[in-house]
Design a protein around this ligand. Structure first.
Ligand SMILES: Nc1ncnc2c1ncn2[C@@H]1O[C@H](COP(=O)(O)OP(=O)(O)OP(=O)(O)O)[C@@H](O)[C@H]1O
Ligand SMILES: N[C@@H](CCO)C(=O)O
Length: 336
């Protein structure tokens, strides 16, 4: 999550005292996402098979409680300051609604601050939950959901694939965000090397220069165009297609073991990138045999790149592309 930018398309409406109905319940699951993918800074993102799940229940208690299982358990707040609760209540408020009482149960598999879209997943689950709770004539359509989630996250490249699944290309015109889904070639196997240390998106964004050269912009445009083709049609181009000129080198100082691992994998011919704002390294294999080689290589290289004085260890996750985005399952209405 980066800076919050006000958008004319999601201006707050006047706060009212209407309440959403108590006794509503649903479960939302949202995939992890890998943004940038090399040259697609703030525009490309891929949904992968690691999910956060949130069950939302409206009550009449007047209180907000959040229980957290998995990532963030014992660290995240259990009240209305929790990112999902806060975003859900703010989303209702934008439509002029309050909540008579709220219980959230979250089960988190997406690691936090690792470049796998945890904050985007939290925002998407909160906005979808709020939209479910609103009366039918107040609900947002898919364009409204993308607009609000992108505005809250600050950029669309994680929230778009979290909503749509597969590969999402996103763009922005005057703070209006749009996105389209692209099916991914079935051979592609994303392998995430997740270090124990985290890096906030805010910190990583602060390392970027205000402008880049025309040569860098031109090179990056070509690679980003090739990347969409490589991910969807011809994966053999992935090594060239994942070459970035906009962000990875500027951020390397904040994630040296990851930068080293990525360079070593690329030097051996594997398309490795920094996932999102890092520090996870994402590599794309195109067969099970190649995936095994990449996993073994990561384990041996990661040992070399790990700072022996820190407690860093790497988790290597062989994932699949998640073809569908967030899902909401409505539970039977509870009588209160
Ligand atoms: N499921 C969640 N519930 C509550 N808060 C969360 C959740 N997921 C993320 N957060 C908050 O967001 C922070 C991480 O956001 P940040 O944008 O820095 O990283 P990220 O989203 O994991 O990575 P990236 O944006 O690079 O993909 C966490 O430290 C936590 O405060
Ligand atoms: N495009 C974003 C993704 C992380 O949220 C960045 O690299 O800062």
């Amino acid at each position: 999550m980066s800076e919050r930018v006000p958008s004319p398309a999601v201006e707050r409406r006047s706060t009212g005292t209407r309440m959403v109905a108590a006794g509503q319940e649903a479960t939302i699951s949202v995939p992890a996402t890998s943004a940038n993918l090399g040259p697609g800074f703030d525009t490309l993102g891929l949904a992968v098979s690691l999910f956060d799940t949130v069950t939302v229940r409206t009550t009449t208690t007047g209180t907000v409680t959040v229980t957290v299982t998995g990532e963030g358990a014992g660290e995240l707040p259990g009240d209305e300051t929790h990112l999902v609760a806060r975003t859900l209540l703010e989303t209702l408020e934008r439509s002029g609604f309050g909540c008579p009482g709220l219980e959230l149960e979250t089960q988190n598999l997406i690691p936090h601050g690792r470049g796998l879209g945890s904050s985007a997943a939290a925002i998407v689950s909160a906005v979808l939950a709020a939209n479910f709770l609103l009366p039918d004539d107040e609900k947002m359509d898919s364009a409204g959901l993308l607009q609000l989630c992108s505005t809250l996250e600050g950029h669309p490249d994680n929230v778009a694939p979290a909503l749509l699944g597969a590969l999402a290309i996103s763009w922005e015109t005057g703070r209006v965000f749009r996105s389209t889904r692209v099916a991914v070639h079935p051979s592609i196997i994303p392998i995430a090397a997740v270090p124990a240390t985290s890096l906030s998106t805010e910190t990583a964004r602060a390392l970027l220069p205000a402008s880049v050269s025309h040569a860098s912009a031109s090179s990056n445009a070509g690679r980003a165009a090739l990347l969409v083709h490589a991910l969807s049609r011809e994966p053999e181009f992935l090594l060239d297609a994942t070459q970035d000129a906009l962000h990875q080198e500027y951020r390397a100082q904040a994630m040296l073991p990851s930068a080293t691992l990525m360079r070593q994998l690329r030097a051996q011919g594997f398309p490795a990138v920094i996932s999102g704002a890092g520090p996870t390294v994402m590599t794309f294999a195109t067969s099970d045999a190649e995936a095994r080689t990449v996993e073994q290589l990561i384990h041996s290289l990661a040992d070399e790149t790990t700072d022996k004085n820190s407690s860093t260890g790497w988790r290597v996750l062989k994932l699949t592309v998640a073809p569908e985005g967030a899902k909401l399952v409505v539970h039977q209405r509870n009588e209160l």
